[in-house]
Design a protein around this ligand. Structure first.
Ligand code: ZN
Ligand code: ZN
Length: 772
C-alpha cells in the first residue's frame, strides 16, 4: 500500500553539506486526532527542523538535524507518546538528504483531494477536559460541549472529509476570539480541534416539555431533579437520543417499559462511577478497564444485587459510564440511570426531535449541535480477558481493519452483509471500514438507514465500488440491492462469510485451511435449507461442509423461531415419534395446539428443515422451563438457558454422528432423551443446562478431532451468534486448546451477523486474486 508518490526529494541540499534528515510516514488513524500538533511539539523538543503534513492514509514527516542522529529516540517517543485517539498501523522511515535552509518545524496545510483519510470514532471526554469542566474559574466551567483534539465527537458529526470544521455539523457555530486563538495555536490542546466550543460561541442545551415544545428553565440540574422524581427524559447524546429514567425507581422503569413496548428485554444502565457499579455487579480488572476506556462501551457484568425490572431472568446487567460532558453533568446529581436507545420498535435510534421522540418521554434534554450519523452504544462482555462484542457501534466505528497483505487489491468493494443485525463494509487500499450496527433490514426504517449509511460511507471515504457482494439468500434486501446496482455481483454463503471474518481480522494468509464452527439461528444454505449448526472446512476461496446438525422440521416456519415450544415439539417428535413422553413444560401449551403442530411435523406441512443451533437451544430452554411460550427478543430463550447454567459441572450428555462421509450429521436424539430422563429424576434444570452446554462443547471438540485426522487441520474458528454464549465459548475454547488446537474468534467485531459483511469482503478480495 505504500505507493504514495512523494515530492520532497526535489530541492534537496547538496550531499556535501552537513546535516541529517529522515522522511517518516505514519499510516493509520492519525488525522483529526491531534497528531500533527503532537509531532510539532515533539520535533521542537528534539530541536529538529522540518514539517509534518497529512497525506492519504496518514501523515508524512520530514525531520532534520544538524547533529548526527538516526532519529531512533524521536521514533520511539512518537510511538510511545502518540495522542490517545490515534491508531498507528505502520511506520516507515528512511534517510533523505537534508535541506539545510529550513528555519523551523512547521505544520503544512493539507492538500485537497487526497483520498482514504481515516476518521476517528467518537470518544469520551478526556481527563484534561473533565478537570477544566469542573473548575469554577475555567471559562468552560460546567460547559456540556467541552472537547479537545483528544476527545469528543467525530464520526457522528462529520459530513465530508477531510475532517475540517466546515465539513461537520459545527459549521454554523462561529468561533469566538478565545476559541479561535486556541484553535490556531499549535501548542494548544485544542489546535485544530474541529468541534471546539465554549459558552460564548458553541452549542447550548435546552430542556423542553415533551409534546408542547415549551422550554423550561434549569437546564441539566433541573433535568436531573425531574429524573429523580420519576420522570422519563429523552437525552441527546453523541449518536442519538437515550431514554432515561431513575434506575432505582421501579415505577419509572415500569412506565418506560410500557411506552417502549418492551416487557423484559434488558435495559442498559449508566452509573456515575465504578463504585456505584460495584454495588450491583461483580467487576474484574479487565471489565473495569473496559468501562473506563475512552470508547465507553456498555459492558455486561455478572449481577451482584438485583435491580428490579432491569434485566429479568438473566444473570448479567449492562453498565456504562458517562461519556459526554453532558452525561457527566447530569450524573453529578444522580447515581444510576436507565439509558436505553430511543428507537421505536424495530427502527434505528432517533437523532433529532422530529422523529417522534415526544411519544416516549415527559421531557427532552436536547441541544443544537446536530447529529449527522446515528450510532448506538456498543455492547460487549469480557470473555477470557478479551472483548466479545454483542454490538459494535459508537466508539469503535469507523476504525479501519487492515487485510492480509496477500489479499490487498487496487479495486474498491462494497459488501452488504446479511439481513438481520446488518452492517455494511467497504474495502479500499488495504483497509476495510465496517459500518455501525444497522438492525433488521426487513423493517422499512432500518432499510432507509442502510441506504443512508452506504451513501454516507462511500462518499466519506471516496469509495467507488467496482464489485458488490451479498448473501446467498435470493430474497434478502441486500441481495436485491446488489442485483439492482448494475455492478459485478458475488454471493457468499452465510456461514462461510461468518468464518472468513475472523480470518481477515487475524490476517490469516490465503491457502490456510481451518475448521469453521459456525453456529447461529439461520442462514440460507446452498441446498436451499435453513442452515445454522455448521462445521465447514474453509479457506478464503471455498468451503466443504464437513458436518452439520441433523435437520429437524421448523413447524410453522418463522413462527418456530418466536415460539420455542414448537422447537421443543420438533425435537421430541424426532426422538420419540408420535408417542410423546410426559413433559412438564408442555403443560403450558394447549392440547389443540400441540396436536396441530404435531400433524404439521408429521405431514411435513409448512415445516422447512433446519440444522439451526439456535433452535436447538430454544428447544432445550423450553423443555427445562426457562423459556416463555413466546419470546420478546432474539436469543431470549438461549440467554435464559445460559444464565441458569450451574457453574463447575463437568458432566455432559451423549450424542451421535451419522454418515460415513462428509457431511457428517450430528444427531441430538440421544441428548434429548437423556435430558428428559434427568428431568424425570428431578435433577435441577440449572444442572441440566450446564450438562447441555458441555455437550455442545464436546460435539465441537470431537468434530474438530475428526477433521484433524482426515484433513490436517490445526485451527478452529468459532463464529456465529451462538458464540455470544460466554459459557459455551469459554468451555469450547478451553477443551480445544487442551487438545492443542489453535482457536480463533473475533475480538474486534461481533461473532453474530454484524460480521457477515467483513467475511464477504475477504471472499471478494480472494476472488479478485484468483481471477488475476
Ligand atoms: Zn479533551
Ligand atoms: Zn468560544
Amino acid at each position: 500500500m505504500n505507493n504514495n508518490k512523494t515530492k520532497d526529494q526535489k530541492g534537496c541540499a547538496r550531499k556535501d553539506q552537513k546535516g541529517y534528515a529522515s522522511k517518516v510516514v505514519v499510516f493509520g488513524v492519525v488525522q483529526g486526532v491531534g497528531f500533527r500538533p503532537f509531532i510539532y511539539r515533539l520535533a521542537n523538543k528534539f530541536h529538529y527542523k522540518g514539517w509534518v503534513k497529512n497525506i492519504g492514509f496518514g501523515v508524512e514527516i520530514h525531520v532534520e538535524s544538524e547533529v548526527k542522529t538516526d532519529f531512533k529516540d524521536f521514533l520511539k517517543a512518537l510511538q510511545e507518546k502518540k495522542p490517545p485517539l490515534s491508531l498507528i498501523e505502520e511506520i516507515t522511515h528512511r534517510p533523505v538528504p537534508p535541506f539545510r535552509n529550513l528555519k523551523d518545524f512547521s505544520i503544512k496545510k493539507s492538500k485537497q483531494g487526497e483520498s482514504f483519510v481515516f476518521i476517528s470514532p467518537d470518544i469520551s471526554i478526556c481527563d484534561s477536559c473533565h478537570k477544566e469542566m469542573m473548575n469554577p474559574s475555567d471559562r468552560r466551567f460546567h460547559y456540556p460541549f467541552i472537547n479537545c483534539t483528544n476527545c469528543g465527537p467525530r464520526y457522528t458529526i462529520v459530513k465530508f472529509l477531510p475532517y475540517d470544521r466546515k465539513q461537520t455539523t459545527m459549521e454554523t457555530f462561529k468561533m469566538c476570539v478565545d476559541c479561535s486563538r486556541e484553535y490556531t495555536n499549535p501548542l494548544d490542546r485544542r489546535y485544530h480541534a474541529q468541534p471546539i466550543a465554549c459558552p460564548v460561541c458553541g452549542p447550548r442545551v435546552s430542556l423542553v416539555v415533551s409534546g408542547t415544545g415549551k422550554a423550561i428553565k434549569g437546564g441539566i440540574s433541573k433535568a436531573a431533579s425531574l429524573i429523580k422524581e420519576g420522570k422519563i427524559l429523552a437525552v441527546k447524546g453523541l449518536g442519538g437520543f437515550h431514554l432515561v429514567c431513575n434506575a432505582l425507581n421501579y415505577e419509572a422503569v415500569r412506565r418506560l417499559r410500557k411506552t417502549k413496548e418492551r416487557k423484559i428485554k434488558p435495559f442498559a444502565l449508566m452509573a456515575r462511577n465504578l463504585d456505584i457499579i460495584g454495588k450491583y455487579a461483580f467487576l474484574s480488572p479487565a471489565e473495569k478497564k473496559m468501562l473506563l476506556s475512552a470508547r465507553r462501551p456498555i459492558v455486561l457484568l455478572k449481577k451482584k444485587r438485583e435491580i428490579n425490572g432491569i434485566a429479568p431472568f438473566l444473570d448479567e446487567m449492562g453498565f456504562m459510564l458517562p461519556y459526554t460532558p453532558l452525561h457527566y453533568l447530569l450524573l453529578e446529581h444522580l447515581d444510576l440511570i436507565v439509558a436505553t436507545s430511543s428507537n421505536k420498535k424495530d427502527a434505528p435510534i432517533m437523532k433529532n426531535e422530529e422523529e417522534g421522540i415526544e411519544e416516549f418521554c415527559d421531557y427532552i434534554l436536547t441541544h443544537n449541535r446536530p447529529i449527522h450519523m446515528r450510532a448506538d452504544d456498543s455492547v460487549l462482555r469480557i470473555v477470557d480477558g478479551e472483548p466479545l462484542f454483542l454490538r459494535r457501534a459508537r466508539g469503535y466505528v469507523p476504525y479501519p481493519q487492515g487485510v492480509p497483505r496477500e489479499l490487498e487489491s487496487p479495486h474498491h468493494i462494497l459488501a452488504l452483509g446479511g439481513e438481520l443485525k446488518d452492517t455494511i463494509s467497504l474495502y479500499k487500499n488495504g483497509y476495510v471500514i465496517t459500518s455501525q450496527f444497522l438492525g433488521d433490514l426487513d423493517e422499512y426504517q432500518n432499510y432507509k438507514y442502510f441506504e443512508e449509511t452506504i451513501h454516507h460511507l462511500t462518499e466519506l471515504f471516496e469509495v467507488k465500488p467496482e464489485i458488490v457482494i451479498s448473501d446467498l439468500h435470493p430474497d434478502f434486501h441486500t441481495t436485491r440491492y446488489a442485483q439492482k446496482s448494475g455492478l459485478p455481483h458475488f454471493q457468499v454463503q452465510h456461514h462461510f462469510a461468518h468464518i472468513l471474518a475472523p480470518l481477515l481480522e487475524h490476517k490469516i494468509p490465503p491457502q490456510k485451511k481451518v475448521l469453521g464452527v459456525s453456529f447461529d439461528g439461520y442462514g440460507y444454505g446452498e441446498d436451499g435449507l435453513a442452515w445454522g449448526g455448521e462445521f465447514l472446512l474453509a479457506d478464503y476461496s471455498s468451503y466443504q461442509r464437513f458436518a452439520h446438525f441433523k435437520y429437524v422440521p421448523l413447524p410453522g416456519g418463522d413462527l418456530a423461531s418466536k415460539q420455542p415450544w414448537r422447537m421443543a415439539l420438533s425435537y421430541l417428535v424426532e426422538a420419540f415419534n408420535s408417542k410423546l413422553p410426559k413433559v412438564k413444560a408442555l403443560e403450558k401449551v394447549s392440547k389443540n395446539k400441540i396436536k396441530s403442530v404435531m400433524s404439521m411435523i408429521e405431514e411435513k406441512i409448512n415445516s422447512p428443515l433446519s440444522s439451526s443451533c439456535g433452535r436447538l437451544f430454544d428447544a432445550v430452554s423450553f423443555l427445562l422451563g426457562f423459556s416463555p411460550l413466546e419470546i420478546e427478543f432474539e436469543a431470549e430463550a438461549p440467554m435464559r438457558l445460559e444464565s441458569a447454567a450451574e457453574k463447575g459441572i463437568e458432566e455432559s450428555y451423549g450424542f451421535s454422528v451419522k454418515g460415513n462421509l462428509p457431511p457428517y450429521q450430528i444427531s441430538f436424539v440421544q441428548t434429548i432423551k437423556l435430558i428428559l430422563k434427568d428431568l424425570e429424576q428431578e435433577i435441577p434444570p440449572s444442572f441440566i443446562s450446564a450438562k447441555f452446554h458441555n455437550t455442545l462443547a464436546r460435539v465441537i471438540v470431537s468434530t474438530a478431532e475428526r477433521a484433524r485426522k482426515n484433513h490436517d487441520i490445526d485451527t478452529v474458528v468459532l463464529v456465529g451468534g451462538v458464540f455470544l454464549n460466554k459459557k459455551l465459548l469459554h468451555r469450547a475454547t478451553t477443551l480445544l486448546e487442551k487438545k492443542k488446537f489453535k482457536v480463533l474468534r473475533s475480538t474486534n467485531y461481533s461473532p453474530n451477523d454484524e460480521s457477515i459483511s467483513i467475511g464477504q469482503i475477504a471472499y471478494g478480495l480472494n476472488k479478485i486474486i484468483e481471477k488475476g
